[in-house]
Design a protein around this ligand. Structure first.
Ligand code: TRP
Length: 445
Protein backbone atom coordinates (compact mmCIF):
# COMPACT_ATOMS: atom_id res chain seq x y z
CA UNK A 1 0.00 0.00 0.00
CA UNK A 2 1.30 3.42 -0.88
CA UNK A 3 1.47 5.60 2.18
CA UNK A 4 -0.12 9.02 1.83
CA UNK A 5 2.34 11.83 2.45
CA UNK A 6 1.87 15.54 2.86
CA UNK A 7 2.96 17.83 0.06
CA UNK A 8 5.51 20.40 1.26
CA UNK A 9 3.01 23.24 1.48
CA UNK A 10 0.40 20.81 2.78
CA UNK A 11 2.63 19.90 5.71
CA UNK A 12 3.41 23.51 6.59
CA UNK A 13 -0.23 24.52 6.45
CA UNK A 14 -1.35 21.46 8.40
CA UNK A 15 1.27 22.03 11.11
CA UNK A 16 0.47 25.74 11.14
CA UNK A 17 -3.22 24.80 11.23
CA UNK A 18 -2.49 22.75 14.31
CA UNK A 19 -0.57 25.57 15.94
CA UNK A 20 -2.94 28.39 15.06
CA UNK A 21 -5.93 27.68 17.21
CA UNK A 22 -8.09 28.99 19.98
CA UNK A 23 -4.81 29.60 21.77
CA UNK A 24 -3.87 32.37 19.34
CA UNK A 25 -7.13 34.19 18.84
CA UNK A 26 -8.98 33.56 22.05
CA UNK A 27 -6.38 32.96 24.72
CA UNK A 28 -3.35 35.03 23.71
CA UNK A 29 -5.17 38.38 23.65
CA UNK A 30 -6.83 37.84 26.99
CA UNK A 31 -3.73 36.70 28.83
CA UNK A 32 -1.86 39.63 27.30
CA UNK A 33 -4.59 41.84 28.74
CA UNK A 34 -4.39 40.10 32.08
CA UNK A 35 -0.62 40.32 32.44
CA UNK A 36 -0.27 43.90 31.38
CA UNK A 37 0.67 43.93 27.70
CA UNK A 38 4.13 44.74 26.31
CA UNK A 39 6.42 43.14 28.86
CA UNK A 40 4.41 39.94 28.76
CA UNK A 41 4.46 39.89 24.95
CA UNK A 42 8.22 40.36 25.06
CA UNK A 43 8.74 37.35 27.35
CA UNK A 44 6.40 35.28 25.22
CA UNK A 45 8.31 36.18 22.04
CA UNK A 46 11.65 35.30 23.63
CA UNK A 47 10.26 31.95 24.79
CA UNK A 48 8.89 31.15 21.37
CA UNK A 49 12.22 31.96 19.81
CA UNK A 50 14.55 30.18 22.23
CA UNK A 51 12.48 27.31 23.57
CA UNK A 52 9.49 26.85 21.26
CA UNK A 53 11.47 26.83 18.07
CA UNK A 54 14.00 24.30 19.43
CA UNK A 55 11.36 21.88 20.61
CA UNK A 56 9.44 22.28 17.36
CA UNK A 57 12.52 21.08 15.50
CA UNK A 58 13.06 18.24 18.01
CA UNK A 59 9.48 17.04 17.82
CA UNK A 60 9.49 17.12 14.04
CA UNK A 61 12.76 15.21 14.05
CA UNK A 62 11.37 12.32 16.13
CA UNK A 63 8.41 11.94 13.80
CA UNK A 64 10.56 12.31 10.71
CA UNK A 65 13.00 9.60 11.79
CA UNK A 66 10.37 7.36 13.36
CA UNK A 67 7.85 7.52 10.48
CA UNK A 68 5.10 5.96 12.59
CA UNK A 69 2.67 6.70 15.39
CA UNK A 70 4.21 8.35 18.45
CA UNK A 71 4.58 5.17 20.51
CA UNK A 72 6.25 3.21 17.70
CA UNK A 73 8.51 6.15 16.87
CA UNK A 74 9.89 6.43 20.40
CA UNK A 75 10.22 2.67 20.60
CA UNK A 76 12.05 2.22 17.33
CA UNK A 77 14.40 5.19 17.76
CA UNK A 78 15.47 4.61 21.37
CA UNK A 79 18.82 2.79 21.29
CA UNK A 80 18.20 1.07 24.64
CA UNK A 81 15.29 0.69 27.08
CA UNK A 82 12.84 0.66 24.20
CA UNK A 83 10.10 -0.76 26.41
CA UNK A 84 10.39 2.30 28.67
CA UNK A 85 10.80 5.00 26.05
CA UNK A 86 7.76 3.85 24.20
CA UNK A 87 5.66 5.32 27.01
CA UNK A 88 6.85 8.72 25.85
CA UNK A 89 4.50 8.14 22.95
CA UNK A 90 1.45 7.97 25.18
CA UNK A 91 1.61 11.73 25.30
CA UNK A 92 -0.76 11.43 22.36
CA UNK A 93 -3.49 10.88 24.93
CA UNK A 94 -3.13 14.51 25.99
CA UNK A 95 -4.61 15.55 22.66
CA UNK A 96 -7.73 13.47 23.18
CA UNK A 97 -8.09 14.93 26.66
CA UNK A 98 -7.68 18.50 25.39
CA UNK A 99 -10.42 17.78 22.86
CA UNK A 100 -12.86 17.11 25.71
CA UNK A 101 -13.19 20.83 26.32
CA UNK A 102 -11.85 22.16 23.01
CA UNK A 103 -14.81 20.69 21.13
CA UNK A 104 -17.26 22.29 23.55
CA UNK A 105 -15.62 25.70 23.00
CA UNK A 106 -15.79 25.23 19.21
CA UNK A 107 -19.48 24.57 19.76
CA UNK A 108 -19.86 27.97 21.45
CA UNK A 109 -18.12 29.56 18.47
CA UNK A 110 -20.54 27.92 16.01
CA UNK A 111 -23.39 29.23 18.10
CA UNK A 112 -21.90 32.75 18.02
CA UNK A 113 -21.54 32.65 14.23
CA UNK A 114 -25.26 32.03 13.94
CA UNK A 115 -26.46 34.51 16.56
CA UNK A 116 -24.13 37.28 15.30
CA UNK A 117 -25.97 37.15 11.98
CA UNK A 118 -28.98 38.78 13.56
CA UNK A 119 -28.29 40.28 16.96
CA UNK A 120 -25.35 41.60 18.90
CA UNK A 121 -25.50 42.52 22.58
CA UNK A 122 -26.01 46.25 23.13
CA UNK A 123 -23.76 46.47 26.17
CA UNK A 124 -21.09 44.54 28.04
CA UNK A 125 -23.69 43.73 30.67
CA UNK A 126 -26.02 42.24 28.12
CA UNK A 127 -23.17 40.37 26.45
CA UNK A 128 -22.19 38.93 29.80
CA UNK A 129 -25.64 37.71 30.56
CA UNK A 130 -26.03 36.19 27.07
CA UNK A 131 -22.78 34.27 27.46
CA UNK A 132 -23.49 33.14 31.00
CA UNK A 133 -27.00 32.03 30.15
CA UNK A 134 -25.65 29.84 27.38
CA UNK A 135 -22.83 28.50 29.56
CA UNK A 136 -24.79 27.79 32.71
CA UNK A 137 -28.29 26.94 31.56
CA UNK A 138 -28.50 26.08 27.87
CA UNK A 139 -27.70 22.38 27.59
CA UNK A 140 -29.37 21.79 24.24
CA UNK A 141 -27.70 24.56 22.29
CA UNK A 142 -24.30 23.55 23.58
CA UNK A 143 -24.96 19.88 22.98
CA UNK A 144 -26.16 20.53 19.44
CA UNK A 145 -23.07 22.51 18.42
CA UNK A 146 -20.71 20.20 20.29
CA UNK A 147 -22.24 17.42 18.16
CA UNK A 148 -21.66 19.42 14.97
CA UNK A 149 -18.00 19.86 15.94
CA UNK A 150 -17.71 16.12 16.67
CA UNK A 151 -19.19 15.12 13.30
CA UNK A 152 -17.04 17.60 11.35
CA UNK A 153 -13.76 16.64 13.03
CA UNK A 154 -14.42 12.91 12.89
CA UNK A 155 -15.42 13.06 9.25
CA UNK A 156 -12.18 14.83 8.27
CA UNK A 157 -10.15 12.27 10.23
CA UNK A 158 -11.81 9.35 8.43
CA UNK A 159 -10.55 10.86 5.15
CA UNK A 160 -6.94 10.57 6.23
CA UNK A 161 -3.81 12.66 5.97
CA UNK A 162 -4.07 13.60 2.32
CA UNK A 163 -7.79 13.68 1.51
CA UNK A 164 -8.90 14.91 4.91
CA UNK A 165 -6.36 16.80 7.00
CA UNK A 166 -4.28 18.30 4.20
CA UNK A 167 -7.32 19.16 2.10
CA UNK A 168 -9.11 20.95 4.94
CA UNK A 169 -6.01 22.93 5.88
CA UNK A 170 -5.36 23.98 2.30
CA UNK A 171 -8.77 25.65 2.27
CA UNK A 172 -9.37 26.83 5.82
CA UNK A 173 -5.92 28.24 6.60
CA UNK A 174 -5.78 30.68 3.68
CA UNK A 175 -9.41 31.64 4.37
CA UNK A 176 -8.58 32.31 7.99
CA UNK A 177 -5.59 34.45 7.06
CA UNK A 178 -7.60 36.47 4.54
CA UNK A 179 -10.30 37.21 7.11
CA UNK A 180 -7.81 38.22 9.79
CA UNK A 181 -5.70 40.36 7.48
CA UNK A 182 -8.82 42.04 6.09
CA UNK A 183 -10.04 42.92 9.56
CA UNK A 184 -6.55 43.98 10.56
CA UNK A 185 -6.37 46.43 7.65
CA UNK A 186 -9.66 47.92 8.74
CA UNK A 187 -8.32 48.21 12.27
CA UNK A 188 -5.27 50.05 10.91
CA UNK A 189 -7.57 52.85 9.74
CA UNK A 190 -9.05 53.42 13.18
CA UNK A 191 -7.85 56.10 15.60
CA UNK A 192 -7.36 53.57 18.36
CA UNK A 193 -4.76 51.52 16.47
CA UNK A 194 -1.69 53.29 17.96
CA UNK A 195 -3.14 52.69 21.41
CA UNK A 196 -3.31 48.97 20.70
CA UNK A 197 0.29 48.98 19.44
CA UNK A 198 1.37 50.81 22.55
CA UNK A 199 -0.47 48.37 24.78
CA UNK A 200 1.04 45.30 23.11
CA UNK A 201 4.58 46.49 22.62
CA UNK A 202 5.52 49.15 25.16
CA UNK A 203 6.97 47.09 27.99
CA UNK A 204 6.06 48.03 31.52
CA UNK A 205 8.47 45.87 33.47
CA UNK A 206 6.75 46.47 36.77
CA UNK A 207 3.98 44.20 35.50
CA UNK A 208 6.21 41.18 35.02
CA UNK A 209 6.32 38.73 37.90
CA UNK A 210 7.15 35.04 38.12
CA UNK A 211 3.58 34.10 37.34
CA UNK A 212 3.51 36.13 34.13
CA UNK A 213 6.77 34.50 33.13
CA UNK A 214 5.43 31.01 33.70
CA UNK A 215 2.19 31.74 31.89
CA UNK A 216 4.17 33.03 28.91
CA UNK A 217 6.29 29.86 28.75
CA UNK A 218 3.27 27.60 29.17
CA UNK A 219 1.39 29.44 26.49
CA UNK A 220 4.30 29.26 24.05
CA UNK A 221 4.01 25.48 24.32
CA UNK A 222 0.28 25.31 23.95
CA UNK A 223 0.08 27.74 21.06
CA UNK A 224 2.80 25.92 19.10
CA UNK A 225 1.06 22.55 19.68
CA UNK A 226 4.16 21.15 21.33
CA UNK A 227 4.53 18.33 23.81
CA UNK A 228 1.87 15.82 22.83
CA UNK A 229 2.89 14.38 19.51
CA UNK A 230 0.62 16.28 17.13
CA UNK A 231 3.52 17.82 15.26
CA UNK A 232 5.40 14.52 15.57
CA UNK A 233 2.54 12.57 14.01
CA UNK A 234 2.27 15.01 11.11
CA UNK A 235 6.04 14.92 10.59
CA UNK A 236 5.85 11.13 10.26
CA UNK A 237 4.10 11.81 6.95
CA UNK A 238 6.77 14.16 5.62
CA UNK A 239 8.50 13.29 2.36
CA UNK A 240 12.06 12.03 2.74
CA UNK A 241 14.65 14.81 2.39
CA UNK A 242 12.30 17.46 3.69
CA UNK A 243 13.86 20.48 5.33
CA UNK A 244 12.65 20.24 8.92
CA UNK A 245 14.22 23.48 10.07
CA UNK A 246 12.59 25.47 7.33
CA UNK A 247 9.20 23.90 8.01
CA UNK A 248 9.58 24.54 11.74
CA UNK A 249 10.50 28.13 11.04
CA UNK A 250 7.40 28.69 8.93
CA UNK A 251 5.09 27.14 11.49
CA UNK A 252 6.52 29.23 14.32
CA UNK A 253 6.49 32.35 12.17
CA UNK A 254 2.87 31.92 11.06
CA UNK A 255 1.67 31.06 14.54
CA UNK A 256 3.36 34.07 16.10
CA UNK A 257 2.34 36.50 13.38
CA UNK A 258 -1.27 35.43 13.55
CA UNK A 259 -1.32 35.80 17.33
CA UNK A 260 0.10 39.33 17.08
CA UNK A 261 -2.20 40.35 14.23
CA UNK A 262 -5.24 38.98 16.06
CA UNK A 263 -4.18 40.72 19.26
CA UNK A 264 -3.62 44.12 17.62
CA UNK A 265 -6.92 43.89 15.82
CA UNK A 266 -8.89 42.89 18.91
CA UNK A 267 -7.38 45.57 21.11
CA UNK A 268 -7.96 48.23 18.45
CA UNK A 269 -11.65 47.36 18.33
CA UNK A 270 -11.89 47.22 22.08
CA UNK A 271 -10.20 50.62 22.54
CA UNK A 272 -12.21 52.19 19.74
CA UNK A 273 -15.66 50.88 20.59
CA UNK A 274 -15.51 49.05 23.85
CA UNK A 275 -14.41 49.49 27.36
CA UNK A 276 -10.64 49.47 26.89
CA UNK A 277 -8.46 46.38 27.20
CA UNK A 278 -11.07 44.08 28.65
CA UNK A 279 -9.72 41.13 30.55
CA UNK A 280 -10.41 37.47 31.07
CA UNK A 281 -11.60 34.47 29.08
CA UNK A 282 -14.81 36.29 28.19
CA UNK A 283 -12.88 38.70 25.99
CA UNK A 284 -13.96 37.35 22.61
CA UNK A 285 -17.38 36.13 23.73
CA UNK A 286 -18.35 39.14 25.83
CA UNK A 287 -16.32 42.32 25.26
CA UNK A 288 -15.83 41.86 21.55
CA UNK A 289 -19.47 41.33 20.50
CA UNK A 290 -20.39 44.41 22.54
CA UNK A 291 -17.70 46.40 20.69
CA UNK A 292 -18.95 45.12 17.33
CA UNK A 293 -22.44 46.26 18.27
CA UNK A 294 -21.20 49.85 18.39
CA UNK A 295 -20.14 49.59 14.75
CA UNK A 296 -23.70 49.12 13.49
CA UNK A 297 -24.52 46.72 10.70
CA UNK A 298 -20.89 46.32 9.60
CA UNK A 299 -20.30 45.11 13.14
CA UNK A 300 -22.54 42.11 12.46
CA UNK A 301 -20.54 41.27 9.35
CA UNK A 302 -17.30 41.59 11.30
CA UNK A 303 -18.59 39.50 14.15
CA UNK A 304 -19.69 36.70 11.82
CA UNK A 305 -16.39 36.74 9.94
CA UNK A 306 -14.43 36.85 13.15
CA UNK A 307 -16.21 33.82 14.61
CA UNK A 308 -15.84 31.95 11.32
CA UNK A 309 -12.09 32.56 11.44
CA UNK A 310 -12.05 31.41 15.05
CA UNK A 311 -13.99 28.26 14.17
CA UNK A 312 -11.57 27.49 11.33
CA UNK A 313 -8.62 27.94 13.67
CA UNK A 314 -10.23 25.60 16.19
CA UNK A 315 -11.16 22.89 13.68
CA UNK A 316 -7.72 22.66 12.08
CA UNK A 317 -6.20 22.34 15.56
CA UNK A 318 -8.74 19.72 16.58
CA UNK A 319 -7.85 17.23 13.89
CA UNK A 320 -4.22 17.46 15.00
CA UNK A 321 -5.24 16.79 18.58
CA UNK A 322 -7.00 13.55 17.69
CA UNK A 323 -4.80 12.26 14.86
CA UNK A 324 -1.96 10.93 17.08
CA UNK A 325 -4.26 8.42 18.77
CA UNK A 326 -5.97 7.57 15.47
CA UNK A 327 -2.57 6.83 13.99
CA UNK A 328 -1.64 4.81 17.07
CA UNK A 329 -4.57 2.44 16.71
CA UNK A 330 -4.03 2.13 12.97
CA UNK A 331 -0.32 1.31 13.32
CA UNK A 332 -0.34 -0.85 16.42
CA UNK A 333 -3.72 -2.56 16.33
CA UNK A 334 -4.29 -2.61 12.57
CA UNK A 335 -7.61 -0.85 12.99
CA UNK A 336 -9.10 0.67 9.88
CA UNK A 337 -8.92 4.47 9.74
CA UNK A 338 -12.70 4.58 9.80
CA UNK A 339 -12.93 2.58 13.01
CA UNK A 340 -10.07 4.46 14.70
CA UNK A 341 -11.49 7.88 13.80
CA UNK A 342 -15.01 7.10 14.95
CA UNK A 343 -13.95 5.54 18.24
CA UNK A 344 -11.53 8.36 19.07
CA UNK A 345 -14.22 10.87 18.08
CA UNK A 346 -16.75 9.19 20.32
CA UNK A 347 -14.28 9.28 23.19
CA UNK A 348 -13.90 13.05 23.24
CA UNK A 349 -17.54 13.59 22.27
CA UNK A 350 -19.04 11.57 25.09
CA UNK A 351 -16.67 12.75 27.79
CA UNK A 352 -17.06 16.25 26.33
CA UNK A 353 -20.73 16.05 27.26
CA UNK A 354 -19.72 15.59 30.88
CA UNK A 355 -17.44 18.63 30.59
CA UNK A 356 -20.34 20.58 29.12
CA UNK A 357 -22.68 19.52 31.90
CA UNK A 358 -20.13 20.50 34.52
CA UNK A 359 -20.85 24.15 33.64
CA UNK A 360 -24.63 23.73 33.88
CA UNK A 361 -26.51 24.81 36.99
CA UNK A 362 -27.89 21.74 38.69
CA UNK A 363 -25.17 19.41 37.41
CA UNK A 364 -22.27 21.60 38.37
CA UNK A 365 -22.28 20.62 42.04
CA UNK A 366 -21.95 16.92 41.31
CA UNK A 367 -19.17 17.54 38.78
CA UNK A 368 -16.97 19.82 40.83
CA UNK A 369 -14.05 18.68 42.93
CA UNK A 370 -12.13 21.18 45.00
CA UNK A 371 -12.00 24.55 43.32
CA UNK A 372 -12.57 23.33 39.77
CA UNK A 373 -15.34 21.69 37.83
CA UNK A 374 -14.65 18.84 35.42
CA UNK A 375 -14.20 21.22 32.47
CA UNK A 376 -11.52 23.22 34.27
CA UNK A 377 -9.82 20.13 35.65
CA UNK A 378 -9.31 18.72 32.16
CA UNK A 379 -7.88 22.04 31.00
CA UNK A 380 -5.59 22.24 34.02
CA UNK A 381 -4.45 18.63 33.94
CA UNK A 382 -3.49 18.75 30.26
CA UNK A 383 -1.86 22.18 30.22
CA UNK A 384 -0.17 22.07 33.61
CA UNK A 385 0.90 18.47 33.75
CA UNK A 386 0.75 16.57 30.49
CA UNK A 387 2.18 19.13 28.04
CA UNK A 388 5.19 20.18 30.11
CA UNK A 389 6.01 16.52 30.81
CA UNK A 390 5.69 15.77 27.11
CA UNK A 391 7.95 18.66 26.16
CA UNK A 392 10.49 17.60 28.75
CA UNK A 393 10.51 14.00 27.48
CA UNK A 394 11.04 15.13 23.89
CA UNK A 395 13.84 17.54 24.77
CA UNK A 396 15.65 14.88 26.81
CA UNK A 397 15.06 12.21 24.19
CA UNK A 398 16.55 14.21 21.34
CA UNK A 399 19.14 15.93 23.51
CA UNK A 400 20.52 12.91 25.37
CA UNK A 401 19.15 9.63 24.08
CA UNK A 402 19.32 9.69 20.30
CA UNK A 403 22.91 9.37 19.12
CA UNK A 404 24.26 12.85 18.51
CA UNK A 405 25.83 11.79 15.20
CA UNK A 406 22.44 10.79 13.89
CA UNK A 407 20.87 14.08 14.91
CA UNK A 408 23.80 15.94 13.43
CA UNK A 409 23.70 14.11 10.15
CA UNK A 410 20.16 15.27 9.54
CA UNK A 411 20.14 18.71 11.11
CA UNK A 412 23.64 20.06 10.66
CA UNK A 413 23.17 20.65 6.93
CA UNK A 414 19.93 22.49 7.70
CA UNK A 415 21.00 24.45 10.76
CA UNK A 416 24.62 25.14 9.88
CA UNK A 417 26.57 26.94 12.57
CA UNK A 418 23.41 27.29 14.68
CA UNK A 419 23.38 23.55 15.31
CA UNK A 420 25.37 23.68 18.55
CA UNK A 421 23.25 26.52 19.91
CA UNK A 422 20.10 24.55 19.16
CA UNK A 423 21.52 21.40 20.77
CA UNK A 424 22.55 23.31 23.87
CA UNK A 425 19.14 24.90 24.23
CA UNK A 426 17.48 21.52 23.91
CA UNK A 427 19.73 19.86 26.46
CA UNK A 428 19.86 22.52 29.13
CA UNK A 429 17.72 25.61 28.67
CA UNK A 430 14.50 23.86 27.74
CA UNK A 431 14.46 21.16 30.43
CA UNK A 432 15.16 23.70 33.16
CA UNK A 433 12.47 26.06 31.90
CA UNK A 434 9.92 23.25 31.62
CA UNK A 435 10.71 22.04 35.09
CA UNK A 436 10.18 25.52 36.54
CA UNK A 437 6.89 25.90 34.69
CA UNK A 438 5.65 22.59 35.96
CA UNK A 439 6.52 23.32 39.57
CA UNK A 440 4.81 26.67 39.35
CA UNK A 441 1.65 25.35 37.75
CA UNK A 442 1.51 22.66 40.40
CA UNK A 443 1.56 25.40 42.97
CA UNK A 444 4.97 24.61 44.47
CA UNK A 445 5.86 28.33 44.43
N1 TRP B 1 -2.06 25.05 19.32
C1 TRP B 1 -3.48 25.00 19.42
C2 TRP B 1 -3.97 26.36 19.92
O1 TRP B 1 -3.23 27.29 19.97
C3 TRP B 1 -3.98 23.92 20.29
C4 TRP B 1 -3.35 22.62 19.99
C5 TRP B 1 -3.46 21.89 18.87
C6 TRP B 1 -2.44 21.95 20.80
N2 TRP B 1 -2.67 20.79 18.94
C7 TRP B 1 -2.03 20.81 20.10
C8 TRP B 1 -1.91 22.22 22.04
C9 TRP B 1 -1.09 19.95 20.64
C10 TRP B 1 -0.98 21.36 22.59
C11 TRP B 1 -0.56 20.25 21.89
O2 TRP B 1 -5.12 26.48 20.27
Amino acid sequence: MKIARFSRIGFILAAAGSAVGLGNIWKFPYITGEYGGGAFVFVYLLTVLFIGFSIMIAEMLIGYIGRKDTVSSFESIAPTHKHLWKYGGFQGLAGLFIMIFYSVVIGWIFHYIITSLSTLPASIKEAESTFNTMLHTDIWTQLFYHSVAFVWITYVLTKGIKGGIEKMNLVLMPALMVILVGMFIYALSLDAFPKAVHFMFAPDWSKINSEAFVVAVGHAFFTLSLGMGAIMTYAASLEKNSNIVKAAFWVVFLDTTIAIVAGLMLFTFLYQYGAGPAKGPGLVFISLPAAFYEMGIIGNAFAVLFFIALAFAGLTSSVSLVEPMVQYFIDRFSWSRLKASILMGLFFYLIGIIALLSNIDGFKEALTWGDKNFFDWVDYFTAAIMLPIGGLIMALFVGFVIDKRKVESILKPQLGFAFEAWYFSLRYITPVAMFIVMLNLLGVF
